[in-house]
Write a protein that binds this ligand. Sequence first.
Ligand code: ZN
Ligand code: FE
Length: 253
Amino acid sequence: MLQVHQFPCLADNYGFLIHDPESGAVATIDTPDADEILRQAAAKGWRITDIWNTHWHPDHAGGNAAIKAATGAVVTGPAEVERIGAAPDRVVVEGDVAALGALQARVLDVGGHTLGHIAYVFDQARVAFVGDAIFALGCGRLFEGTPQQMWASLTKIAALPDDATLYCAHEYTQSNARFALSVDAENAALQARAREIDAARAAGKPTVPMTLAQEKATNPFLRAPLLKGALGMAGATDWEAFGELRRRKDVFR
Ligand code: ZN
Ligand code: FE
């Protein structure tokens, strides 16, 4: 059975160590902060065997070299990780499988935030590590990709089972909620969730992970097709409505 250890690091990132107790294999999902990740693994009594990167950004792959040097971990990731240092030991693309002992994760291409961004989906456990592709009530900025590409990526994530657990890489939820309410004010599920988020953060609790069902009901980016009217874009395609939401979020204060 897949075990997930989640902990905050850097300013607003989450670290995730995943463990297969059967084989003892341990992967760190991304490497935001090598020292903290090594500390957390030691505290759990886990030996890191693998690094699984979602994309090349420094707060996701910047600790690869240090963790590899300390543990000998094998780096799996998209080819773009080469941009911040060494190429991954194993480059993966959509449809490939990453193995943690006997546990298998399917690689999804979720490009848009960066061109090569990937997610890792454990179909059996119904768990996905989505990096900066989708956030609780948000999605990644389009630094490299197009709205059309990102919409296709979000559509893939939305096709996972409703009860899938999504682990995203940042605690951005409270500010995402403010934007969501600005474009989807009448959504009662969103209003209720925003209150829960405020309570969780006031108590110092994380709002990550989330379920796909929650996101489908409240994440304005997944709800782009339903928000066309509110955006004044009745005749637009889904990805155009998504693109408009993303543009508005980029300048939202
Ligand atoms: Zn990023
Ligand atoms: Fe990030």
